[in-house]
Design a protein around this ligand. Sequence first.
Ligand code: LLP
Length: 427
Amino acid sequence: MSAPLSTFGVEYRAGTLCMEGVSLAQIAAQFDTPVFVYSRAGISNAFSHLDQAVKAARGTRPYTICFAVKANSNLAVLNILAKLGAGFDIVSGGELARVLKAGGSASKVVFSGLGKTSAEMSFALKAGIKCFNIESEAELERLDQVAQQLGLRAPVSLRVNPNVDAKTHPYISTGLKNNKFGVAFDRARDVYRRAANMAGIQVAGVDCHIGSQLTDAAPLVEAMQKIVGLADDLARDGIQVHHICPGGGVGITYQDEEQIRLDAYAAALQSALGDRPVELLLEPGRAIVGNAGVLLTRVEYVKPGEAKSFLVVDAAMNDLIRPALYQAHHRITEVAEPAGNDRATYDVVGPVCESADVLGYSRELSAKQGDLLAVLSAGAYGFVMSSNYNTRPRSAEVMVDASTAKLVRARETIEELFAGEQAIDEA
Ligand code: LLP
């Protein structure tokens, strides 16, 4: 193995792939496969790295890093981040319930997403969240009503669409005009004026999010400059915002992508903000957890084919859908370091009945039946996007904490999968 493995703390020790010295073979033996394995230190380090970069740029000016819960919502992950002082960016009542259960503080929660229900609004208002990121006038009107019914005022940012090209995969690009997200930039000032006159609304901030897995900071900075300009226009209209948020989007290295330099990114955001008396919010997801997790899987069969050969493994697109959905590349490596040079080229595929059920195309691997493979950089948008397709129980999740491995979510049982179902005729 020559190229360094991108996932935190993952390296070969005495011929076995380890995470922070804990043998991944041992974890597979103890918890079975497929299993997601996360590193507590990997999560903490990534958070602290960003936190320190922002702190250095902001000095004594206020800021909050709100982890995008959608990237990895396991209670253990949220609890680690809550203890480090993180806020949270949520997109559903379910995510708010998780944050509260994990010890997160509602006062540091921002609620994104374009389809909030009245029940979700009411739950979040009663919990006392920091801000609602509103994506349409209809949503604003509904929030106004719900808040008034509760005798409350809802703190609000508009998620504006700055029409900046994030230059990322179209499915994870969100800041362009033809996109379902956000309020059109040119409409925003009018909508803010309306919001400022609503009895149930308190204007609190300006927000945007242009896309995910960005490897260049320039579009993020351009978006920031636009929304800071909008905040200045609002101030001229007599509407003073308390915070400004350029969203998430900082990418990670899956293969050989350049990573955005966090100190330069934070400095550029700060230079856009200058001395404006506002709090800076960020909504990073992937950058905090993406390279703090792997998916361990076992080879069920080696299947030589006419045109290509396959490693049929016990993890599938229902466990990690990113390759199937976004043609995403995750490195895959052997858990037992190959001694000789007996690698061959395989497509690594799951057992699901879909041709798209491929975890990696044309990988040079040395593997036989029963061997373990690690799919790297699987800490973000991995387990959270998993499903029960083909009646496959969702996998277990394990956290490596210093030298120990702790189960943080039990593998689902097959009975659990149909516990809520019933036949209409007797069996
Ligand atoms: N804020 C908002 C409003 C978002 O919609 C997102 C992600 C984030 C923050 C966090 O973005 P991040 O820092 O993680 O890039 N499932 C896709 C990614 C979808 C991202 C959706 N929104 C994937 O696996 O690549």
